[in-house]
Design a protein around this ligand. Structure first.
Ligand code: NAD
Length: 472
């Protein structure tokens, strides 16, 4: 593949090019790896029209056939894994094994969504009337996804949207569009034209989608700041919305933990995908009694992690995915350096080629410091000492975010009692980040609106239609 290769958009089952293009770079070496179309407003209109026409028939395709379409998508992912994982590593930065893991997870996820059924509600409670509620599709859905898990997060939207009878216009992040475009091309033989369209563009395209009067719903995953803009823009035609937004997840480590047992999973709760996970542990509150031992164990693990180009053998963590995010992570590190915080490990960011940051752990910074209050979304984590559990829970909850959190303890019941007091949509006990297609994943507070996952996630792509019949 030449680096100047244009990856066309896939609209109405056809590749679509344009003279207006954007470059896509490899974050490990900053080299050009491909170009994408910068979709114009006319091209968006044509896409919406194609999706609208396809909706006319897709909505009536039997549910069992749509289930088969999802199973076929899982097959496309698995059958093309070697090509897709290379592309994903090149554009996203994650190591090849992690890229393979993401594609496998996406295939498994959509194969499980395929088995889900929509409920049908029947009530005879009104005398002389039977009321039957079915969940019908909304129409044309616009899906907007970020750059940390481009394939998995796209699949989270493709599966439920198509299964429930909607057609989809998917916009990947301009930083990581290539694997998604390749996937859409590979899917064209298995889906009717116009059912799944993938369009690409820069900062202007998302707002054009959210404001488009013929798009019925936006399913958005990204930052809270952008989520607010999406919500304001969607008001015009009262678009349905699902917003999966940012988080500043707290991990609370109780005084009874076995440090040796939890250090490794806790480390990866924070640093998987170089910290670029919405539900990464981003603030770690550790009881005074175990603080020093745990800090030493985490530093030991960090010392054995090789950070580098994800395409090279032995790399465990890749670069930060893009330049703006790299600058953001650096500014958090600089802020801590200037404030005189103690770095347990990491913190040395060089300005060479590639956006590399080694795992950085900051020793007990003040609660009001930027590194505690802001979502880093990178390999920088504060370890915060506490002695009063109630106070730790209060601090964990004192955030505009409410995405997820975790509690670490040798006593599961004790941990569960702490979990119940966390103001977040998801809490893990002695683990983190493991999401399931079978349960709703919802951001509390400003971490989101609506849910993905579970039957609840399917229902987000439908509206209830109740038909009342008279009965004797
Ligand atoms: P982002 O909000 O900058 O961008 C996300 C997507 O929105 C991209 O495709 C972008 O092109 C598009 N976009 C940008 N401006 C837009 C606008 N005005 N209108 C519509 N679309 C617009 O986020 P990011 O930097 O790509 O991703 C990181 C953020 O995503 C973090 O905050 C992270 O926590 C969050 N995230 C959340 C989840 C979740 O499920 N809750 C999952 C992954 C990432």
């Amino acid at each position: 593949m030449a680096s100047s290769t244009l990856f066309p958009m896939i609209v109405n089952g056809q590749p679509v090019a344009s003279p207006a293009t954007l470059d896509v770079l490899n974050p490990a070496n900053e080299r050009l790896i491909g170009r994408i179309v910068d979709c114009s407003s006319e091209q968006l209109d044509a896409t919406v029209q194609a999706a609208r026409e396809a909706f006319g028939t897709w909505r009536d395709v039997p549910y069992a056939h749509r289930q088969n379409a999802l199973r076929a998508i899982a097959g496309v992912l698995m059958n093309n894994i070697s090509e897709l994982k290379g592309l994903l590593t090149a554009e996203q930065g994650k190591p090849l094994a992690a890229a393979q893991g993401e594609i496998e997870a996406a295939a498994w996820w959509i194969s499980q969504v395929a088995e889900m059924e929509l409920p049908v509600g029947v009530t005879d409670a009104m005398p002389g009337q039977r009321s039957i509620t079915r969940y019908v599709p909304l129409g044309v859905v616009g899906a907007i996804v970020p750059w940390n898990f481009p394939v998995l997060l796209a699949i989270w939207k493709i599966g439920p949207a198509l299964l429930t009878g909607n057609t989809l216009i998917l916009k990947p992040s301009p930083f990581t569009p290539l694997t998604t475009l390749k996937l859409a091309e590979l899917m064209t033989p298995i889906l009717p034209a116009g059912v799944l369209n993938v369009i690409t563009g820069g900062d202007a395209l998302g707002p054009l989608m959210t404001a488009h009067s013929a798009i019925d719903k936006i399913s958005f995953t990204g930052s809270t700041a952008t989520g607010r803009r999406v919500m304001a823009s969607a008001a015009e035609n009262l678009k349905r919305l699902t917003l999966e937004l940012g988080g500043n997840d707290a991990a609370i480590v109780l005084d009874d933990v076995n440090v040796d047992a939890i250090a490794e999973p806790l480390f990866w709760a924070a640093f998987t995908n170089s910290g670029q996970v919405c539900v990464a542990a981003k603030r770690i509150y550790v009881h005074d009694k175990v603080y020093d031992d745990l800090a030493a164990a985490l530093v030991r693990i960090a010392g054995n992690v090789k950070v580098g180009d994800g395409s090279q053998d032995g790399t465990v963590l890749g670069p930060v995915q893009n330049l703006p995010q790299y600058r953001r992570v650096k500014s958090l590190i600089d802020d801590s350096l200037q404030a005189g915080h103690n770095f347990l490990t990491g913190g040395n960011v060089t300005d060479g080629i590639g956006y590399f940051v080694t795992p950085t752990i900051i020793d007990n910074p003040p609660e009001n410091s930027r590194v505690v209050q802001e979502e880093a979304f990178g390999p920088v984590v504060p370890l915060i000492r506490y002695s009063d559990l109630d106070d730790a829970i209060r601090r964990a909850n004192d955030s505009e975010f409410g995405l997820a959190g975790s509690v670490w303890s040798s006593d599961t019941e004790r941990a569960a009692a702490v979990a119940a007091r966390m103001d977040t949509g998801t809490v893990w006990i002695n683990s983190a980040q493991n999401l399931t297609p079978f349960a709703p994943f919802a951001g509390a507070k400003q971490s989101g609106l609506g849910v993905e996952g579970g039957v609840e996630g399917l229902l987000e792509f439908t509206t209830p239609q109740t038909v009342h019949r008279l009965v004797a």
